[in-house]
Design a protein around this ligand. Structure first.
Ligand code: PMP
Length: 449
């Protein structure tokens, strides 16, 4: 395959962009071929990332220093190039980088597993370390289906979720994403057919809606004989629309699923590690799921790693079945570099005052986003923990919005009708002001105000 441009290896932002345009796929984008052009054509080139700052070069060669309002999609909670995390990777690199996990184990994985078991609700005691959030969801659903099979209930192999959710891009994970989204439109004929409840009514502090509680109960009851599990994102539905809901619905799901012999999976990939103001979003409800998925901030955003935790009841159920093994074993399972930095990241989080950091950011986002309510085209403004969202009455003008935010000094990546942020917890008041200023600018640029 010929590379575009000269045969020489180049360098610099212009060369990076040239190769990128010719050969590299980006998330949810078309390949740049003769028959298709990318909707957001020219990605910014990252030259350096440090603290809360990304150093970027734009297509026209201009350089920007932007506060990262995205934490690299919920993950870089301690910011970039953190000395403690850098050192954790380096120290492990001096010992070994990766070894297979079949038949071998090592201290970084053991330390991380011990930390996760200590940190998550008590009944979660068995840890499967995989390499991405989507895979941790696959593992979670596989555990649930296998558990039911092992217990002699093979008909229980469907999964209930609520609309408006997002759980990843692999096929089983896609099957529990919002059915109105692109995944189902394109893949409806190949995805497993799951059961969808309505999206939970919005509002973290809203009183639970009795009609919705009845809806959940009736749907689980009606499908109990074929349901292996219910999977939901607790408190915040992220990539499906940045919607918040009452923890009361999680308590209801806990009670209903237990009653009907259905397992409950909480996907805390986005919400885990303090983002919503509690260490885990499930803590708002005071309930423990049977299976929990973690990812993103698990490694402080340093390396690709995710975890699926389950209760002893689930693990024993599987172990007691006709096929006692869980048939899943990715090559990079338990990656030592990722495990070492994950354990360091959790240590950094718990060793600091993350509650105060998140509360401070929440207050800054509330104050800074308040003026958005008066903007034309703004439908809703919502803040919870270190998450801030402006919802417009129309799709965001991506390019104009991104550039307006950059001029205000913030890196944002709006989607659909949403301009949103989940900044690193180390963001100070000035960082948050830049981010909220960038969000207002992005909203204005989208509605032509
Ligand atoms: N579940 C949730 C709630 C997520 O937000 C994401 C990532 N946006 C995933 C699963 C998938 O994780 P990954 O992108 O690491 O595969």
């Amino acid at each position: 395959a010929n590379r575009a441009g000269s045969a020489d290896r180049g360098s610099g932002a212009a060369w990076v962009r040239e190769v990128d345009r010719a050969h590299v796929w980006h998330p949810y984008e078309a390949a740049a071929t003769a028959v298709g052009t990318r909707p957001s054509d020219a990605p910014f080139v990252v030259r350096r990332a440090e603290g809360t700052r990304l150093h970027l070069t734009a297509a026209d060669g201009t350089e920007h220093e932007a506060v990262d309002g995205m934490s690299s999609w919920w993950s870089a909670i301690h910011g970039y190039a953190h000395p403690v995390l850098d050192e954790a990777v380096r120290a492990q690199l001096d010992r070994f980088s990766h070894v297979m996990f079949g038949g071998l184990t090592h201290e970084p994985a053991a330390r991380l597993a011990a930390t996760l078991v200590e940190t998550t609700p008590d009944p979660l005691r068995h840890v499967f370390l995989s390499d991405s959030g989507s895979v941790s969801v696959e593992v979670a659903l596989k555990m649930c289906l296998q558990y039911q099979r092992s217990l002699g209930r093979p008909a229980k192999r469907r999964v209930l979720t609520w609309r408006g959710g997002y759980h990843g891009d692999t096929f089983h994970a896609m099957s529990v994403c919002d059915p109105e989204g692109g995944m189902h439109a394109l893949w409806g004929d190949v995805l497993p057919r799951q059961v969808f409840a309505a999206a939970p009514p919005e509002g973290f502090a809203a009183e639970p809606d009795p009609a919705y509680l009845r809806h959940l109960e009736e749907l689980v009851a009606a499908h109990a004989g074929e349901l292996a599990a219910v999977i939901v994102e607790p408190v915040v539905q992220g990539a499906g629309g940045m919607r918040f809901h009452s923890p009361a619905y999680l308590r209801a799901l806990r009670e209903i699923t237990a009653r009907y012999g259905v397992l409950l999976v909480f996907d805390e990939i986005a919400t885990g590690f303090g983002r919503t103001g509690e260490l885990f979003a499930a803590d708002h409800a005071g309930v423990c799921p049977d299976v929990m998925c973690l990812g993103k901030a698990l490694t402080g955003g340093y390396l690709s790693m995710a975890a699926t935790l389950c209760t002893t009841e689930v693990a024993e159920g599987i172990a007691g079945g006709e096929v006692p093994v869980l048939a899943h074993g990715p090559t990079f399972m338990g990656n030592p570099l990722a495990a070492a930095v994950a354990d360091a990241s959790i240590g950094l989080l718990l060793g600091g005052d993350w509650r105060a950091d998140v509360a401070r950011i929440e207050a800054g986002l509330r104050a800074g986003l308040e003026p958005a309510r008066a903007l034309p085209g703004v439908e809703d403004v919502r803040v919870l923990g270190a998450i801030g969202v402006i919802r417009l009455d129309r799709p965001v003008a991506m390019r104009a919005a991104t550039e307006a935010a950059l001029r205000a000094g913030a890196w944002l990546r709006p989607f659909r009708d949403l301009v949103y942020t989940m900044p690193p917890y180390i963001s100070d008041a000035a960082d948050i002001e830049r981010i909220t200023g960038g969000m207002l600018a992005a909203a204005r640029a989208s509605v032509g105000a």
